[in-house]
Write a protein that binds this ligand. Structure first.
Ligand code: 5HY
Length: 255
């Protein structure tokens, strides 16, 4: 099977890190296609960045090589439901996948994310996904997304310290990493914390293999049916769903 990992920000080095983490756990026969959005923000750290990232995500679902499953590799799960409307192939958000994975191995978990201002986005997702009974707290480290990969940012030590505080103060038994850019930190943190540390990229890839393996497809009944044909104006006129959109999207096959 082919899993298309879409990094909705436009930073190639982050896509490389995400792709490496996915390939490290992919089953034999799983092809990982990691792509960087062609439009949008260098990093997604707020509601506006998220909104502006969705066109790039839509482009990667509708154009280019088709896949058996798609992963939205940004912890805000931006445009996840819109992406599910555009394809029958299952689409996974790394936040949703990580939270579900955490509930299989711990009664309570804490999310450790980047900026204080994005903490609210993760809290909204906890509620949207019905994770209030499991997520004890969402914590911010105030490490900007693009600083994560810079050794001089001391990101590792800062994130480790916040995880330790989560375990001692939140009564949590597992940690969910709140950014795709933290994918390479999971093993380092798990060795030091001695609790499950869940990276959403890995969780989404393994759930994709499982769901595709079960032969399941996104339901096209109700809210995730293909978009209804209508007129779009202005900058987005070219994204207007026409009467043939559903046929075109249904016809997209993995080749
Ligand atoms: C992410 N931003 O996973 C989110 C993390 C965040 O560009 N990739 C980003 O801070 O919300």
């Amino acid at each position: 099977m082919r899993i298309k990992l879409i990094n909705p920000n436009t930073t190639q080095s982050m896509t490389d890190l995400i792709g490496d983490a996915a390939r490290a756990v992919a089953a034999p026969g799983t092809e990982i296609l990691a792509v960087t959005s062609r439009s949008g923000a260098a990093s997604i750290e707020g509601h506006y960045d998220e909104a502006m990232s969705i066109i790039g995500l839509v482009d990667e679902i509708m154009d280019g090589p088709a896949a058996d499953a798609y992963v939205v590799a940004c912890f805000g799960d931006p445009g996840l439901l819109a992406a599910r409307e555009l394809t029958g192939a299952p689409v996974f958000g790394i936040a949703e996948a990580a939270m579900h994975a955490a509930t299989f191995v711990a009664t309570g978990f804490s999310v450790v994310t980047t900026l204080e201002r994005t903490r609210i986005i993760a809290e909204h997702l906890v509620r949207n996904y019905g994770m209030q009974n499991h997520c004890r707290r969402v914590r911010a480290t105030d490490v900007p997304v693009l600083e994560l990969e810079k050794p001089e940012s001391n990101a590792r030590a800062i994130i480790l310290a916040e995880c330790e505080r989560a375990l001692s103060e939140d009564r949590s038994e597992a940690i969910v990493l709140g950014c795709a850019g933290m994918a390479d930190l999971a093993k380092f943190l798990e060795d030091r914390l001695q609790v499950p540390v869940i990276d959403g990229v890995v969780a989404a890839v393994k759930f994709a293999e499982a769901i595709v393996g079960m032969g399941l497809k996104t339901s096209k009944r109700g809210d995730l049916a293909y978009p209804l044909p209508k007129t779009y104006r202005g900058k987005l006129a070219g994204y207007a769903p026409d009467t043939r959109l559903a046929d075109r999207l249904t016809a997209r096959k993995v080749s």
